[in-house]
Design a protein around this ligand. Sequence first.
Ligand SMILES: [Zn+2]
Ligand SMILES: [Zn+2]
Length: 217
Amino acid sequence: MRLRVVYDNEAKEGLERDWGFSCLIESADRRILFDTGASEAILSRNMEKLGIHKEEIEIIALSHEHWDHIGGLSAVLHPDAKVYLPASFTAATKKKIERNAAGIIEVSGPADIIPGVHTTGELGTGIKEQSLVLDTAVGELVLTGCAHPGLDTIMDSARVFGNLGGVMGGFHGFDRLELLRGLKMIIPCHCTVHKREILDMYPEEAKKCEAGEIIEI
Ligand SMILES: [Zn+2]
Ligand SMILES: [Zn+2]
């Protein structure tokens, strides 16, 4: 499995950085796009530079209904795409997506998306959010959007799928950094407030996140 960061607050040279997050999950013959960043134009340009064609994306999974995660959606929707979203999304957004995709799958509890890729289901009491959980060589890797329900809550929910090996994505204000001890891969992206501290505290396990980054797992 391979992960490619398509959209992030930081970017490698040649790609555009912007507040938002999007990451492509590639297995042997399947492509899942997790979140779509804030801007259609920036998402399209970054995808073009990375050689990613929207028609190859079979599934789009949206973490939560915030503009910096669903803003680029129109740039990647196509009639064969299936869209996994938290059941609590507004009816207006659901309708808009349904018109331009093969269909939506409303997520409530933990579920399998494809073999090796699961969803925690929607979590949280305020802003509801789903995270993905990937089966990898280091154990389960949790992929978060903004982690509004709290990274600790998300990690606990992900454990139903197996031993946790890593976390990646936006961790927001998560500051119980000692809870990351024991993980083999820690990749703080997007809105993570304590990026610097995480990279300093876990120099072996933590890796900088930026658009254009490729993670082989
Ligand atoms: Zn958010
Ligand atoms: Zn965000």
